[in-house]
Design a protein around this ligand. Structure first.
Ligand code: FMN
Length: 221
């Protein structure tokens, strides 16, 4: 490879790593020592991104930039998936009338929700929501979609975008009242809504990680 091209490529990689690391130091990392752009290795940056991601439940009002969201989706669809069948269907919504309309249905069923001053919408207050669907008959569909979802959330986090997986909205979206909204998603025949993912720029403090039980994973000798 031409030396000029190789040097240019190395510079691009270095700038990308430094940029990513600085973003994390500014916005989200709780492992500062991994985040010094002078010293962080690629694996430290990637691991820090995974360990510092949290479910975010409060967001700034503006929708996620669509170009950033395109990168998030690209990272999702490059997730491993069985036989590269790409069983997922992804629909992204940032239309306020959709988000508010589903929220109104939720509020009509749960009037107490409206009394919470922090409640903005049923998608954990997010301005952008990805709906993830998979075939009802598929041995790998849910697994494929889980991997896609995590890729999307980690890619988003690396760009300063918060997210929260939302299983609770699936019954709501499948309710009779929400049928017009489910239809707007134009899911393929034979698909079911698996989960929604809230996306947005975090508002306020990033939550501390809920404790994990390390004893659930161990070697068998
Ligand atoms: C399949 C799935 C469904 C979830 N559903 C909800 C939900 O309906 N509402 C919510 O606030 N969080 C939901 N979560 C987020 C979890 O509560 C969160 O991931 C967990 O508490 C660990 O916290 P962390 O993501 O900050 O590490 C869901 C997560 C997954 C993976």
């Amino acid at each position: 490879m031409n030396r000029f091209i190789r040097t240019a490529m190395m510079a691009v990689v270095a700038i990308t790593i430094v940029g990513c690391c600085q973003t994390k130091c500014d916005k989200q990392s709780n492992t500062e020592e991994c985040c010094n752009p002078e010293t962080a290795s690629k694996s430290e940056i990637v691991i820090d991104n995974m360990l510092s991601r949290r479910s975010i439940r409060d967001y700034k009002p503006e929708a996620v930039d669509r170009e950033q969201m395109a990168k998030v989706i690209e990272c999702g669809i490059y997730a491993p998936n069985a036989m590269n069948a790409q069983t997922w269907a992804v629909r992204v919504v940032d239309a306020p009338d959709f988000i508010n309309g589903v929220t109104d249905i939720y509020k009509s069923k749960n009037p107490a929700a409206a009394e919470d001053a922090n409640f903005k919408n049923v998608f954990r207050n997010a301005p952008t929501v990805a709906f993830i669907a998979c075939p009802t008959e598929s041995y790998s569909g849910e697994y494929d979609c889980g991997l896609l979802s995590e890729n999307m959330m980690l890619a988003a986090w690396s760009m300063g975008i918060g997210s929260c997986c939302l299983g609770s909205v699936v019954p709501l979206m499948n309710s009779e009242e929400a049928k017009p909204y489910l239809e707007r998603l134009q899911l393929p025949d034979g698909y079911k809504l698996l989960v929604a993912i809230a996306f947005g720029y975090p508002e306020g403090e990033i939550p501390v990680a809920p404790e994990r039980d390390q004893s659930k994973a161990f070697y068998i000798e």
